[in-house]
Design a binder for this molecule. Structure first.
Ligand code: PLP
Length: 122
């Protein structure tokens, strides 16, 4: 599995608790918490099954840029991965214009991508 980092700590621990090998897709303060998609692709292995993302993001509060999200969904489809899209803070964006489409709502557009979702419930 690939898990975005830093993250809500439980995300990594739950992933590891399954016995899976977990690679961290690291975002860095120095880069403005950018999502490095080339780095994500480097982390993908032939046996990678799942990618976990979280937007809006805990702990940085940053939303994923729409173009990044689009490309990420394409990568997920191309590699036939499960996307675990933790959207627990969806709806709490400071700017509603930054709200991304819920991943599960895009499933029909990208039939190759399996998408899971954490419902917003705050
Ligand atoms: C990113 C993220 N996902 C999931 C959760 C889990 O939320 P809950 O335990 O309320 O279901 C939290 C809680 O802080 C969170 O920050």
């Amino acid at each position: 599995m690939v898990v975005e980092a830093p993250s809500y700590g439980v995300a990594v621990e739950v992933a590891r608790s399954t016995g899976a090998e977990v690679s961290l897709w690291k975002r860095r303060y120095e880069d403005g918490w950018a999502h490095d998609l080339a780095e994500l692709e480097r982390l993908l292995r032939p046996d990678t099954k799942l990618v976990y993302i979280n937007s809006p993001h805990n702990p940085t509060g940053t939303p994923m840029a729409p173009a990044t999200y689009e490309r990420l969904l394409d990568i997920v489809r191309e590699h036939a991965l499960v996307l675990f899209s933790d959207e627990v803070y969806r709806g709490l964006e400071h700017d509603p214009g930054e709200r991304l489409p819920a991943a599960c709502d895009l499933r029909e557009e990208r039939p190759g991508a399996l998408v899971a979702r954490v419902d917003e419930h705050l």
